[in-house]
Each structure stands twice: as C-alpha cells, then as structure tokens.
Design a protein around this ligand. Structure first.
Ligand code: PAF
Length: 284
C-alpha cells in the first residue's frame, strides 16, 4: 500500500492506473475506521482493480461548536487496517493541502441540503458536497462507495454527481450494525457502556416501525408517533427528529409506500446519532 499526503502524488498513481486500464474504487472517510468502513473497502476491492481510501476530517462540514476538535482519530490503526485489507493507495491530506487558499467555491444541492439533518446542521451538506467534489476531481473516473447510514449524505452526493456530470458511479452500501442493532459510527466512541445500550432504542424503534409498516400500517403520522413513544421510553436518549420521506427526493410523505425512508436523529450523552431504514426491508 502507498500512503500519500499530496494531491500531486494521487495524480501520479492515478495516471499509472489509467495506463494499466485499471478500474478504480474510491472510499472517502474521515478515519477512525470501523467495520462499516471496512465493508465499503472490501466491496470496493472486490469490484475494482485498484482501491483508494481517503482519510480527511473535513473542517468545512463541521459548524462552530460541533465536534471537529474532538473528532476521534487513530491514524496508525487506520493505516494497518487499510494495509490488511489490501488497499492500494491511502490518501491522508492535511487541511492546508486540501484548502491551501481560503475556499471561495462551494457546492449547493437545492432541496436536499436544507431539510432533515440539514435543518439541524445548515452548513453541513455543503461542506460534505464540496469536499467530495474535490475528491472526485482529484481521483477522476471511479466507483465511489458510501454507507447508507448517512442516507441523506448519500442522496446529496448521488445528486451532485449526476447534476455536475462527474464520471463517478456513486454506490450506497448497507449499514453495518452491532448484533444489538446499533449502527456503527465513529461517534459511538463518545458513548459510555450504559449509553451504548440506551442507543439501541434508535434501531429498535426503526425495526418496530418497519414491522408495523409491513403489517399494513401506512400512515406516516401513526408510525412517527410509535417511534417517538419507543424512544421517549429511553431516558438517556433525546430524540431530535423523526422524518418519513420519499427516499431519493427526501420529500416528506403522509402515506408510506415502497421507496419510503424513515430517518431519525437523537442525542445520547455527548453523541449525536443518526439512523434510518427502508420500512419494507427493516433493520437486518
Ligand atoms: O461520511 C463521511 O465520513 C464524510 O462525510 C465524507 C463523505 C468522507 C466527507 O467528508
């Protein structure tokens, strides 16, 4: 595995890969890799000749007062995991390398960015889209892998790639969960043992909602209130929102149908956790 920190070095490797006519799989991350990330890397490895992982805690996607300075990191462990999986190129740029000048350009995706998670974090998705656009341009044509745990992010990035004609195929991959249902997230590192247990209320409420939808309940209001009740029972969890939307457009719906998505966010101790489900599929 080659570990590089400069954009120009990525270009050199990419140029080689193109000469070899190798297909390229890209897995952008903010590091502190867990099994959710490694599942993306393994899939990228299986489906492409060369696999590139990026680790960059992107300051643009954190607002004032969010956890940029405390975001968990363990670069040494991440490097050994990437090596063990057989990643070809690991790109770990500094902030200065990514944003050598104050950045004047940003990517906006109308309608998808200011709703749900974006209503709570108004600058977040523009920060995500801008850094991912940079990574797509740095790497060029590739297959890019993102987790479905960040469902809205996946829709934002897919729409950006389509609208701006990136030669990138954006692929969503299923959320990886602990056996108790808790969706893997780097931010789970903030949870105490007790909070970790309490946090399973998120996936549990989504699973109960899915079972009710599969049993025939289609009223979004009814399903929402069942989720609220389930989460309110858990004292250590404070629900921020539950939204039921059409999965790609993220438009709120009153009646649940195939293609709907239920998204929730909650505070558990210091951590702000998100989760989502296709109610016709459920938490697997
Ligand atoms: O999902 C993440 O880890 C980040 O939002 C991403 C896509 C790597 C952009 O910084």
């Amino acid at each position: 595995m080659r570990l590089v920190t400069q954009v120009s070095e990525v270009h050199e490797f990419i140029d080689e890969y193109r000469v070899q006519k190798s297909t390229v799989g890209l897995v952008p991350t903010m590091g502190f890799l867990h099994e959710g990330h490694t599942s993306l890397m393994q899939r990228a490895g299986n489906e492409n000749d060369k696999t590139i992982v990026t680790i960059f805690v992107n300051p643009l996607q954190f607002a004032e007062g969010e956890d940029l300075s405390s975001y968990p990191q363990n670069l040494e462990k991440d490097i050994s995991e990437c090596e063990a999986i057989g990643i070809d190129l690991l790109f770990v740029p500094s902030s200065e390398e990514m944003y050598s000048q104050p950045i004047l350009t940003s990517v906006q995706i109308d309608q998808l960015m200011n709703t749900i998670e974006g209503a709570s974090r108004p600058t977040h998705f523009s920060g995500v889209a801008t850094v991912v656009a940079k990574l797509f341009n740095i790497v060029g044509p590739c297959n890019a892998y993102f987790g479905e745990k960040d469902w809205q992010q996946l829709q934002v990035i897919s729409t950006m790639a389509r609208d701006l004609s990136f030669r990138v195929k954006v692929l969503g991959c299923p959320t990886v969960r602990q056996p108790n249902g808790l969706a893997l997230s780097s931010r789970n590192a903030y949870l105490s043992l007790e909070e970790r247990k309490a946090a399973t209320a998120l996936s549990r409420s989504l699973q109960i909602a899915s079972e009710n939808v599969q049993a025939g309940e289609t009223s979004a209001a009814v399903i929402k209130s069942q989720i609220v009740d389930e989460i309110t029972d858990e004292a250590l969890v404070t629900l921020e929102y539950v939204e039921i939307v059409e999965g790609n457009s993220l438009i709120t719906i009153d009646q649940i149908f195939e293609g709907a998505r239920i998204l929730i966010a909650a505070k558990v101790g210091k951590a702000r956790l998100i989760d989502n489900v296709d109610p016709y599929f459920g938490i697997k």
